[in-house]
Design a protein around this ligand. Sequence first.
Ligand code: IMP
Ligand code: MG
Length: 176
Amino acid sequence: MHNDTIGTVMITEEQILAKADEIGKKITEDFAGEEIVMVGILRGAVLWMADLMKHVNLDMTIDFMAVSSYGAATKSSGIVKINKDLDTDIEGKSVIIVEDIVDSGVTLNYLMGYFESRGAKNVKICALLDKPEGRRVDLVADYVGFVVDDRFIVGYGLDYDQRYRNLPYITWLESN
Ligand code: IMP
Ligand code: MG
């Protein structure tokens, strides 16, 4: 049953840690003097967010949300189901959404609107990976670790059927 073929190492843990340092410092500069809420999207963003937040030197809190898209037919309408909502009042605060990957952009497009409706002062996106070829809505992430080509990526939080999240590097699924 578990006979997927995994590719070679595409992005190493060292590269990801260096990127977390670089982007964390940039966020620290960009939000100087502000109070921020970093919101991780479960479950894929957990590893990246843990690395990133260690390099953010600001007055900040963290929270998590879990979301899922409705079936393929309705995906383009941008309807996203919230499985775990925020516990934090984000009114008047700067929010940084932390995601594993931006593919179609549907999920983040929805979340941007959701945070704005909850009164966030501003909303930015920080994604470990960006797959621009998958885009179906006009969405640009503010902070991107690495751009990847149109393959099914696994590892470092990203899953296939909930597996491979624990791989300490980014690779792709060759076949299954
Ligand atoms: P989007 O709404 O199409 O941008 O999808 C975002 C979500 O789909 C991400 O948070 C991932 O959970 C998942 N996803 C998209 N592409 C991949 C991939 O290549 N590997 C694993 N998960 C993916
Ligand atoms: Mg996922």
